[in-house]
Design a protein around this ligand. Structure first.
Ligand code: NAP
Length: 249
């Protein structure tokens, strides 16, 4: 039981939700930030019903004022957050020549600038505490590339570079910064992409070509995240920890 306060963005669904559940089960108080405030509150209520301490907060990671308010509210309700997991994300499937500047900007804003903004709001409290753990959820598509996703892949590659640079800057302050690039995890985002025909022959087909022969579960990412935010991971920083069933090495 680690007893710290964690913020998980995009924590109302999929990978973020599994991470929120795992960090709560490990004894941390959890603030679930999501643009869907009702879903965030419902998820927090479930954690509380299981004996945890949790709050749901309506935060769109593209809205700096809402982020700042959310961080202050978390501090007042739970205590200073010293664990941050950035899982809020938005995918996109568009042939390169059809991507408008507006669409490009939206994907960058949510995935990359959102990560930057939430980190900047939370890091001062970590510095004051002399301890912090940041895990940014990027994507295996940034390791291998992915057609019709240049905007998304560029944003997620940016998250990887951002993570490495921030780790060097914050290491002396007792703060680690790592990234997990998930590959093929069974979440609403993945199933929506499948439903829209963007996954070719579908999830089960791709699971069959994955070295470990299954689709990933959100809990697989949560397990890696639980390690990265733990006390014993203090010598692990600036790293890209792939969790993808062997699809990318
Ligand atoms: P998900 O089920 O769609 O969960 C993402 C959550 O983030 C949703 O609750 C979503 O709300 C929320 N969100 C989106 N934009 C937001 C914003 N601007 N501010 C606050 N919250 C926002 O997707 P997931 O698969 O768990 O994805 C989690 C992360 O993993 C994402 O960063 C994604 O890019 C990354 N990832 C996933 C996979 C995979 O195979 N699933 C692979 C590689 C990377 P709405 O539902 O309202 O949009």
């Amino acid at each position: 039981m680690s007893g710290r306060v964690a913020i998980v963005t995009g924590g109302a669904s999929g990978i973020g939700l599994a991470i929120a559940e795992r960090l709560s089960a490990d004894g941390n108080a959890v603030a679930i930030f999501d643009r869907d405030g009702d879903a965030a509150s419902a998820a927090a209520a479930k954690l509380e019903a299981n004996g945890g301490k949790a709050i749901g907060v309506t935060v769109d990671v593209t809205d700096r004022a809402a982020i700042d308010e959310g961080v202050v509210y978390t501090g007042a309700q739970l205590d200073t957050p010293t664990i941050l997991v950035n899982s809020a994300g938005l995918d996109g499937f568009d042939p390169f020549l059809t991507i408008t500047l507006e669409k490009w900007q939206r994907i960058i804003d949510v995935n990359l600038t959102g990560t930057f903004q939430v980190c900047q709001a939370v890091v001062p409290g970590m510095i004051e505490a002399g301890w912090g753990r940041i895990v940014n959820i990027s994507s295996s598509s940034a390791q291998g590339g992915q057609p019709v996703m240049t905007h998304y892949v560029a944003a997620k590659a940016g998250v990887i570079g951002f993570t490495k640079a921030l780790a060097l800057e914050l290491g002396p302050q007792g703060i680690t910064v790592n990234t997990i690039p998930p590959g093929f995890i069974d979440t609403p985002m993945l199933r929506k992409a499948e439903g829209r025909g963007f996954l070719g022959q579908g999830v089960e087909h791709h699971a069959g070509t994955t070295p470990v022969r299954r689709v990933g579960r959100p809990e697989d990412i949560a397990a890696a995240c639980a390690f990265l935010v733990s006390e014993e991971a203090s010598y692990v920083t600036g790293q890209v920890i792939g969790v993808n069933g062997g699809r990318n090495t």
